[in-house]
Design a protein around this ligand. Structure first.
Ligand SMILES: [Zn+2]
Length: 475
């Protein structure tokens, strides 16, 4: 009897201790409503976004606002295609500029090259009806059930067209991202962009070094520095193009000449186009390595089929893998990456919208995270998803039950595996450690105060996917 009483009180004591020592974040997670979790994660210090395509990071409304504002966009005027008047008969349907595609944007110099019939299909952006404007905004947003990978890869970039060749608009979109990401607790972004295809209002090429100068001077302005967000850039090359090897060489030289701002080279473009398979680039990269050291973060494994792309991409010398989805189907490479220095840049929103996973239960992120492969969360083309970094964290926490230490490790990885130089990395890491420690102290004392003070401002993805709609900036 005495013995039973002893065991009962021991059990009581153990259960009491368990409750008493439950981590504050687990208690919060257990009790938080979706809205409260979102507010919490918005306020969370999140360190860096290592995988962000600058021309894919523009929210539709930002593109429109900048396209019609000649005082901000470098004096360009834009037209967009609002009708099809049978000026041709579906010519070039599989080229980059298919005729049967609405809301293709042309700057004036390109518009003036059209014949009279073709011009009748276009309207100045400033003259769109409300209906046309709303369709224009939707045309570069991936938010309909029937939209997916093909809509994204084969129409969004083709519609942006001349808009994404304007370095002033690109620089403004960069600053708008710094402001919005700064508000949600980021301190570092590595933007990817192609540096070779910019044109001036007359339609003449702008030299890549001049593009870099436009970005540099925009970064030096007050509204950019006030964000407290540090920006570095990667030069990206489109992997399946015929001239991809020579572009890779040019990108290496360009980055080497602009090391203050550009920290690496990225290889982008849909991987299910076999023309851009990784091993194609082994000879050119080996040749370039005889001249330069270069940080490489390449997209790999963003594909449905199991293949050796991640392994081949490590062979190319990449330190970071963009997406790495099909790494899960390559056990030897998976083992190689455990406790390694190779980070996988995980893009949860992108992978879902581009149909690489139908549900998050199919996503390999928790497997990578919990077997010791370095991972960080990133936003990929957030402008086209209309999403935020908070959305990435929200999915990670709600789908995969992240612990506090896992959340912190993801943020820390985004600095440790960044291509910032060691001095900058040390500063970013010291700041992140201080911010996260202070946030943890406050949250563990009074999480209610964190929620009350969290000034959430978000885009449409959170409303459409999580039904968190109170804070949407553009409805
Ligand atoms: Zn990407």
């Amino acid at each position: 009897m005495l013995q039973r009483a002893f065991f009962c009180s021991l059990l009581l004591l153990i259960s009491h201790v368990t409750v008493a020592t439950e981590h504050w974040f687990d208690t919060f997670k257990r009790n938080a409503s979706p809205d409260e979790m979102y507010r919490f994660l918005y306020a969370l210090p999140k360190a860096g976004d290592l995988h962000n395509h600058l021309s894919g990071a523009g929210i539709s409304e930002w593109w429109f606002e900048l396209a019609i504002d000649e005082s901000k966009n470098g004096g360009y005027r834009y037209y967009t295609k609002v009708s099809i008047n049978n000026c041709g008969y579906g010519a070039n349907q599989f080229g980059f500029s298919p005729y049967l595609l609405l809301f293709v944007n042309k700057q004036e110099s390109s518009y003036l090259k059209l014949n009279e019939c073709q011009r009748s299909e276009y309207k100045l952006l400033t003259e769109l009806t409300p209906n046309e404007k709303s369709a224009w905004l939707e045309s570069i947003r991936l938010d309909k059930q029937h939209e997916g990978r093909n809509e994204f890869f084969e129409t969004h970039w083709q519609r942006l067209n001349d808009l994404s060749s304007n370095p002033y608009i690109i620089a403004e979109i960069m600053v708008k991202n710094m402001q919005a990401f700064g508000d949600e607790g980021l301190s570092y972004i590595e933007f990817q962009h192609g540096v070779f295809n910019y044109i001036n209002p007359k339609g003449d090429k702008i030299a890549p070094n001049e593009v870099a100068n436009i970005i540099r001077s925009r970064l030096a302005q007050d509204d950019a520095t006030r964000t407290g967000v540090v920006v570095k850039m990667q030069a990206s090359i489109l992997r399946f193009m015929k001239n991809a090897e020579s572009t890779m060489e040019a990108a290496y030289h360009f980055v080497n000449d602009n090391r203050d701002l550009y920290v690496g080279v990225n290889m982008v473009g849909r991987e299910d186009n076999d023309k851009g398979h990784p091993k194609r680039f082994l000879p050119v990269l080996r040749k370039l390595r005889r001249k330069f050291a270069m940080n490489l973060a390449f997209h790999a494994g963003e594909v449905d089929e199991p293949n050796s792309h991640v392994k081949d991409t490590l062979l190319l010398g990449a330190k970071r893998i963009g997406h790495g989805l099909n790494l899960i189907s390559d056990p030897d490479t998976l083992l190689l990456m455990r406790n390694s220095d190779y980070l996988v840049e995980v893009n949860l929103v992108s992978n879902y919208l581009l149909e690489y996973v139908d549900t998050y239960a199919q996503h390999p992120f928790p497997e990578y995270l919990r077997i010791g492969i370095p991972v960080a969360l990133s936003t990929d083309d957030r402008g086209m998803w209309d999403s935020t970094m908070t959305d990435e964290y929200y999915i990670a926490v709600s789908e995969f039950n992240l612990s506090w230490s896992e959340i912190v490790s993801i943020g820390r990885n985004s600095i440790l595996h960044s291509f910032a130089d060691q001095q900058l990395k040390n500063i970013l890491l010291t700041n992140f450690n201080a911010k996260i420690a202070s946030f943890e102290k406050d949250a563990s004392n009074d999480v209610g105060a964190i929620l009350r003070n969290s000034q959430v401002s978000t885009f449409q993805f959170a409303c459409k996917k999580f039904k968190i709609c109170d804070y949407v900036v553009y409805k």
